[in-house]
Design a protein around this ligand. Structure first.
Ligand code: PLP
Length: 403
């Protein structure tokens, strides 16, 4: 008689669960590119596509200037440090980048992480304990949710973007020592911009701190691209800002937390993803510094992104598609039905446009969509070519009127 071992059962269980994901249409295959990231990418099947689904808002990811900046930094500072920051992993370029980010977002100081996921994962536990309250938007990013889990403070959740419920939660947390309201600056599924003006007013009224995650905002939201706090005219009223170097600000990887110097000093001493993880590679650090210098000198990329966004939003609506209204370069084209969203994205792929379909459980039931993300790297001609493909696929699937 053969008995299955625990190891066999373990692998069998994983295999069954993977099979179920495929059955449910929830398995996420990985698209393989053979080119750099950019407005146009080449897939490993040789197909060239206009890319409308990268977080490459400022078009820097595959840009020659970034390649050169990272090579220059590698020449000067080497490939890596083989150290955490506090032992022998801090170079002049790390200090310069921290200073540049703090200056750009308007805080006293800044600390770098390997990713924004780590910045969010390591921000709460050193600063708050069981005496405190963290009041979190229901749709905040997974890394914020995980960071809060690692902290002993009591979590209060307010309904997404609902200021009346936020006020209710602030009242419920009134007896706590410190209260901090935490929200994504921009929510990436809908392009919804958090109501930071009202959030800051409520924070003042109920004596709370405010933290924002600027991953979908740093570099292009607000008149000079400082972020959602500039967009809402509340610069100086936000206590903690986290963000990524892996989206608009170059697109490689890396994250940061920016705040008052006492907050940043505390994180340097106590934040576990900072203390126990390797320093950011010089190539990324140096290239990110060049991005901050470029964005501080000119709003050209940010302006081009917003012009592209306005053009696409206007033209896609004129074709008869339903979009979530707004101004952010995330443009949800609503198809409502999951199989339709899948078919539509697949047809656009054949027509030379790369977009992703999103459906339950990533977005609410009945809210299936393709999410378009604009970039400063797109030309108007490329966007018009993509719009023509949307029109063709839309007519073929009877989503918009025939002409
Ligand atoms: C992408 C994202 C992160 C994670 O950023 P990484 O630097 O890739 O770890 C965190 N928060 C939000 C809101 C994001 O969109």
């Amino acid at each position: 008689m053969t008995q299955t071992t625990s190891r066999q059962q373990f692998i069998g269980k994983l295999s069954a669960s993977l099979h179920q994901l495929r059955e449910d249409g929830l398995y996420k295959p990985e698209r393989v590119l053979s080119s750099r990231q950019g407005a146009v990418v080449t897939c490993d099947d040789g197909r060239q596509l206009i890319n409308l689904c990268a977080n490459n808002y400022l078009g820097l990811s595959g840009d020659d200037s970034m390649v050169q900046a990272s090579i220059d930094a590698t020449r000067e500072f080497g490939y890596g440090l083989s150290s955490v920051r506090f032992i022998c992993g801090t170079q002049t370029v790390h200090k310069q980048l921290e200073k540049a980010i703090a200056g750009f977002v308007g805080t006293e100081d800044c600390i770098l992480y390997a990713a924004a996921f780590d910045a969010n994962g390591g921000v709460f536990e050193p600063l708050f304990d069981e005496n405190d309250a963290i009041i979190s938007d229901a749709l905040n990013h997974a890394s914020i949710i995980d960071g809060i889990r690692l902290c002993k403070a009591t979590r209060y959740r307010y309904a997404h973007n609902d200021m009346a419920d936020l006020e209710t939660q602030l009242k419920a947390a009134a007896d706590k020592r410190h209260r901090i309201i935490v929200t994504d600056g921009v929510f990436s599924m809908d392009g919804t911009i958090a109501q930071l003006d009202r959030i800051c007013d409520l924070a003042d009224q109920y004596d709370a701190l405010v933290m924002i995650d600027e991953c979908h905002a740093s570099g292009f939201m607000g008149a000079t691209g400082r972020g959602t706090h500039e967009y809402h005219n509340v610069m100086g009223r936000i206590d903690i800002i986290t963000g990524t170097l892996g989206k608009a600000l170059g697109g490689a990887m890396g994250g940061f937390t920016a705040a008052r110097k006492e907050v940043i000093d505390t994180l340097r001493q106590k934040s576990r993803p900072y203390l126990f993880s390797n320093t950011l590679a010089p190539s990324i650090t140096g290239a990110s510094l060049s991005v901050l210098q470029r964005l501080s000198a000119s709003t050209e990329l940010r302006d081009r992104l917003h012009a592209n966004t306005a053009h696409f939003r206007r033209e896609i609506a004129a074709l008869g598609f339903t979009i979530k209204p707004g101004t952010h370069p995330v443009v949800p084209v609503m198809l409502f039905d999951a199989p339709v969203a899948q078919k539509f994205a697949a047809r656009l792929y054949e027509l030379g446009v790369l977009v992703t379909g999103f459906f339950y459980p990533v977005v609410p039931m009945g809210q299936a969509r393709v999410r378009v993300q604009l970039s400063a790297a797109h030309s108007i001609e490329q966007l018009n070519t993509a719009l023509a493909a949307f029109a063709q696929a839309g007519r073929e699937l009877s989503l918009i009127k025939q002409i």
